[in-house]
Design a protein around this ligand. Structure first.
Ligand SMILES: Cc1cc2nc3c(=O)[nH]c(=O)nc-3n(C[C@H](O)[C@H](O)[C@H](O)COP(=O)(O)OP(=O)(O)OC[C@H]3O[C@@H](n4cnc5c(N)ncnc54)[C@H](O)[C@@H]3O)c2cc1C
Length: 405
């Protein structure tokens, strides 16, 4: 390929989606990935309505459905005993015209994206291409890349870092340790397990269990009975220590207090929770999106959903420039708007609210949590339900309003 208009670094979900959205408009894109294939670890699973809007624009909802995606029926909060505190029905699970929340394992979503990209003549994916450095002048940007054929320099009009939490693009722009924010003291462990939750009365697809010690989330993530159980753990434990503690933890908190022979674990991934936001999401001809730009706990719907919304907006900005409908200043608006949407995540007080929501005294949860009270009211009050939905939709922003023609 001759010099592409956009070079995307990182073939995770955000980089693949950006390449697909741009490529479908006929814009030349090169996508560089350090690994020799897609990352097939099951990570994110749920895509909130603002993300689904972008996945629909990419034309992949039916392909996701073919891979087994489904619309969860909603989320509820329970005591450790399983007793229901309150719940909200997911948008789209009851009204067929609403944009739904969708569930599909990330490793299946990235396969769908890769398959669609391969049909596009203007998009090239280069695996085993690891970016190590960068530069730019007023006309173009470039990256140094380690490839199986040696070190190369690749150029483009714009370069987007979609290269995840340890983004080389972000580190080259701001410095290795410059990612403002903080990391939770506690860690979480994400597991995928087969266990008959329904037999224990878990008839909601997503369940958040409130408890000072045994707080966790149990969500159905496939049509064949696979569940994601993500639970809180003390910080500072090694993977081996976490694995050794897991049977006792499950016995203490899963409904039915099962022994290991009662369930089958197919994935076990401890992970640290970071709340961080890059200094800028645009520096000249370099842009950042998704985890490269911001990290958040996965419980409030701001994780990958926010990354997908970044990419949808950035695609509008870059295609506006490509087709002469916008000038480069639209990229400054991208930087300002997207960082403003995330400014709260680096605030320890708002992050603490998420922790407190899980770890409070379940007997007093409804009384103490304005959010849970709102969820309870939303069951019967349509105005409150609309307000809850507005909170999530606030992530979106239509950059096309800044097109000059
Ligand atoms: C166990 C686990 C569970 C999670 N659960 C949830 C959840 O329930 N909900 C949620 O919203 N989020 C969740 N997340 C987070 C979610 O998976 C991430 O937000 C998402 O993967 C970010 O996508 P991304 O494309 O920005 O980055 P990534 O998925 O990290 O992809 C970045 C890509 O860039 C490549 N790369 C890195 N450096 C270079 C380089 N120098 N040169 C070239 N390529 C490079 C990497 O190899 C990778 O393929 C979870 C994460 C984990 C680990």
């Amino acid at each position: 390929m001759s010099t592409p208009f956009v070079l995307v670094v990182g073939a995770g979900p955000s980089g693949l989606l950006l390449a697909l959205l741009l490529g479908k408009k006929g814009i030349p894109v090169q996508l560089l990935e350090a690994a020799d294939s897609l990352d097939d670890r099951p990570r994110a699973t749920h895509y909130s309505p603002p993300a689904v809007y972008e996945l629909r624009r990419a034309g992949i909802l039916e392909h996701m459905e073919a891979e087994g995606s489904f619309i969860p029926n909603g989320a509820c909060w329970r005591k450790l005993s399983g007793e229901l505190i309150t719940g909200v029905r997911a948008p789209g699970s009851t009204e067929p015209t609403a944009t739904p929340m969708i569930c599909l394992s990330l490793n299946k979503l990235t396969l769908v994206l890769q398959r669609q990209i391969r049909q596009l003549p203007h998009v090239e994916i280069l695996y085993s291409h690891k970016v190590t450095g960068l530069g730019q002048d007023s006309d173009k940007a470039w990256v140094s890349v380690m490839t199986p054929d040696g070190v190369k320099t690749l150029h483009a009009q714009y370069i987007v870092g979609c290269d995840g939490a340890n983004s080389q693009i972000r580190r080259s722009l701001f410095g290795d340790w410059e990612f403002p924010g903080f990391t939770w003291d506690q860690q979480i462990v994400a597991t995928n397990i087969y266990y008959p939750f329904e037999r224990h009365g878990f008839d909601w697809d997503s369940n958040f269990i409130i408890h000072p010690e045994h707080w966790y989330m149990a969500a159905r993530i496939s049509k064949d009975g696979l569940w994601r159980v993500t639970y809180g753990e003390v910080g500072g434990l090694t993977v081996d220590e976490l694995k050794a503690r897991q049977p006792e933890k499950f016995k203490a908190f899963l409904p039915g207090n099962p022994d290991p022979e009662d369930y089958k674990i197919v994935n076990f991934s401890p992970y640290k929770v970071h709340q961080r936001l890059a200094h800028r999401m645009r520096v000249g001809k370099f842009l950042l999106a998704a985890d490269a730009a911001h990290l958040c706990n996965p419980f409030g719907g701001l994780g990958l959903t926010g990354g997908i919304v970044d990419v949808g907006g950035l695609h509008d900005c870059l295609s506006g420039i490509f087709f002469g409908q916008a000038d480069e200043s639209i990229l400054d608006i991208y930087d300002e708007v997207r960082r403003a949407k995330y400014s709260d995540i680096v605030n320890p007080v708002s992050s603490n609210n998420i922790r407190l929501l899980f770890q409070q005294d379940p007997e007093k949860a409804l009384e103490h949590s304005a959010f849970l009270k709102m969820c309870q009211q939303a069951e019967t009050d349509r105005k409150v339900a609309a307000k809850l939905k507005e909170g999530m939709d606030a992530l979106q922003y239509d950059f096309r309003q800044h097109y000059s023609r």
